[in-house]
Design a protein around this ligand. Structure first.
Ligand code: ATP
Ligand code: MG
Length: 389
């Protein structure tokens, strides 16, 4: 496909994966006049439920991939653990953004860190552990640390915090001796992320940086503008994220998570080759959302530098909220009380079964000042049973 071949509205866009990110991608694509196809084996997947077409097969199913390629003018992914070979197979006949090669880097913490280093972006001191010899050779300097599976981790899953060598050994056993990365525990001042979109022509745009609060390894609250971050730190993070995307020849939306350390330095944590949970506020608080930019990047439509039009807070709505203290059966949170507050935007992902730590939806609170957004977000949190922040 040449640079000038734009895929116009009316065409069908495909997405690998049917989770909430796919659902919000589908919403954005449909709003712009595209048809959509989702490939996900789950008949009740959040994106499958709202898409024109839903192909219910696994990611490596030959027939499913053929059908997706036949239906779609271009394909993207909403899930970084889609096997890269599935994307490579689709790319034989259709434009795929991001490419399997970029997704493969993001799927593996060791490759991801090597890419950061190659870009001149600092990452946490770490060691690869694939063999008992490598485990035994780990430097004491990395303790206390976090042992993370190299592949398939998310929302703090596949991670164990270790203080001593004995704990490290036990943790590797617990993770069934799969390939892991041991990272030194760093003194975080706060966490931020940068979402960029890169077009086929190499143009890169970014959203204003987000400040993220995690609880139990899961994103809890995103605040924009980031209250603790200087213009200088933001600028360094933007430059790093642009470099990370460009040097992979990346096409599409990419999120890079950074730690800001107590001395003001930034360290790249990990990246996601897709729209990201820390960018959900862009639907309600920016003039173009991360999902619309994904549509624009994959179709070859122009990218524009997104603007934040309202200060905001985004609260993740985890399944825990459906089980307030003393309640054993699932109970719907009090949406009416939350929606009575000004500037609240409720997004639910269509998941019928609430489970602890499951992402059920999010609430974005916009206001004309950051103070107002925070005050209303705290009121909403109190109603929903979310700890104050
Ligand atoms: P995600 O859902 O973002 O993909 P994940 O399970 O892949 O999460 P990480 O982003 O690696 O996990 O880590 C989750 C959280 O744990 C981080 O946001 C941070 O709060 C904490 N954390 C991870 N690594 C370190 C470290 N080296 N030092 C201090 N804290 C860390
Ligand atoms: Mg993370």
């Amino acid at each position: 496909m040449s640079q000038s071949d734009v895929i116009l509205p009316g065409a069908t866009l495909g997405v690998m994966g049917g989770g909430q990110l796919g659902r919000m991608f589908v919403h954005a694509a449909q709003a712009m006049g595209y048809n959509t196809a989702v490939l996900d084996a789950d008949p009740t997947s959040p994106a499958g439920l709202v898409s024109h077409h839903h192909i219910r097969t696994g990611y490596l199913d030959e027939a499913g991939l053929k059908e997706l390629a036949a239906q779609c003018a271009a394909v993207t992914t909403e899930f970084e653990n889609v096997p890269a070979q599935a994307l490579d197979q689709l790319a034989q006949t259709r434009p795929v953004a991001p490419a399997g090669s970029a997704v493969a880097i993001c799927q593996d913490r060791a490759k991801e860190k090597a890419h950061f280093v190659a870009c001149g972006v600092p990452c946490a001191p770490h060691a690869l552990i694939e063999t008992p010899e490598q485990l035994a050779a780990v430097s004491e300097d990395l303790l206390p640390g976090i042992l993370k599976t190299a592949r398939l981790g998310y929302d703090g899953k596949g991670q164990i915090r270790v203080k001593t060598r004995a704990e490290l050994n036990a943790a590797w056993e617990e993770l069934q001796r799969v390939g892991c990365v041991l990272e030194k525990m760093l003194p975080l001042a706060y966490e931020v992320s940068v979402i960029v979109a890169r077009g086929r022509n190499g143009q890169v745009v970014h959203f204003p940086l987000q400040q993220n609060l995690h609880r139990d390894g899961i994103l809890a609250v995103t605040t924009v503008p980031a209250p603790s971050v200087s213009a200088e730190v933001s600028q360094r993070a933007y430059e790093a994220a642009h470099q990370i995307a460009s040097s992979m020849g990346y096409v599409g939306v990419l999120c890079v998570e950074f730690f800001v350390l107590q001395d003001g330095s930034i360290v790249a944590n990990e990246m996601a080759p897709r729209p990201h949970n820390s960018g959900h506020h862009t639907i309600d608080a920016c003039d173009v959302s991360q999902f619309e930019l994904q549509v624009r990047a994959m179709t070859g439509l122009p990218l524009v530098e997104p603007q934040l039009h309202s200060p905001c807070h985004m609260l993740n709505l985890l399944g825990d909220l459906w089980f307030p203290a003393g309640v054993t059966s699932q109970q719907e949170p009090n949406w009416a009380a939350v929606l009575a507050l000004p500037g609240t935007h409720l997004h639910l992902y269509g998941k019928t079964e609430a489970r602890k730590a499951r992402k059920m939806g999010h609430l974005t609170v916009t206001a004309s000042t950051a103070e107002q957004a925070r005050a209303v977000a705290l009121q909403a949190a109190a109603i929903l049973g979310i700890e104050p922040f």
